[in-house]
Ligand binder design. Sequence first.
Ligand code: GLA
Length: 373
Amino acid sequence: MFTNIKKINSLAIGLLCAGSLYFTQCSSVSEEKEQSANGLHEYYSGYFPIGVAVSPRALEDSAQSALILREFNSMTPENVMKAGPIHPSPNQYNWGPADAVSYYAKENDLKLRGHALVWHQQYPGWFFKDENGDQISKDTLYARMKSHITEVVNRYKDVIYAWDVVNEAVSDNSDFVYRQESPYYQIAGEEYLAKAFEFAHAADPQAKLFYNDYNAARPEKVDRIYTLVKKLKDAGVPIHGVGIQGHWSIFEPSEKDLRYAIDKYASLGLDVQITELDVSIYPWEKERRAMKPGESDEFTNELEEKQLKQYDMFFRVFRDYKETLTGVTFWNISDQYTWLDTYPVEGRKNYPLLFDQELKPKKAYYKVTSFDQ
Ligand code: GLA
């Protein structure tokens, strides 16, 4: 097994040096640590693929690349396929970074999830405006969605097996199902969701199409996500799965709530994936704020223990649902870099992943990999 991993690594790195123009430096296998014969994805080979959100820069880094190839068998581009980065102006697509990720996935035989076609954030400024800066009509919106979705899905259909088609369409306000402030919703109402799935399905009839959201294991929000997805399903819209993002913490969700969520989505006959897993050491907050005086960001033994228990419970539940879950993807590689270092509190270090700042497995890693297979 280990020889195989080494072989794949050398092949990958050879290709990085020779291949894509996007990569600026060659990586070296020599720094690779001969750490363990088994990666996460091998422990979980009888269960589900184990994925990770990546940037092209991380793939260029030999240590991170070695870790990815050892531990994971699936990837999601963290940012580079979002509408803002990939389609910055009406007639310009920025394919380079997304090509680099898809090339790496193909060459190393990793599964690839596409993320995300329709989202109310990280979209290009021009997308909802006409040449006078006024809001576009519904017909123009659909024409733009169709062209964007068709181009992007088509380009990667040889490698991407599943897409997050619509991201985070459910409101943070429990009085509403749909996010009222989304420009898609303001222009087209709830119908835009069906259109997005139809365009994606037409572009790649083989791709598994997901609705993806956060706080998707809080029972009250589970029920609203369920309402939205059921409506699409009942209307015959080509939707195949629900993505539970999994930006969780040592405080939530409880085992009961997690099981409730998975059961509820699965009851619609859809695939369920955990698409963006990290376990913050802080309670969930949404609004950006500065660090408070005296606020600590130390990863104490006590916090590490709580995180380990939470990870242990999550993976025990995931294993119980191996017939339902078709993927578990971590949001970032290691505690060396996580989006949670800057969000929602700029400069407050977080430690949400299974690998530490030196890319070494944390105690939680050993916990989630010790079970009877
Ligand atoms: C959401 C999005 C992701 C990413 C994270 C933060 O969950 O779906 O694409 O932006 O927020 O990194």
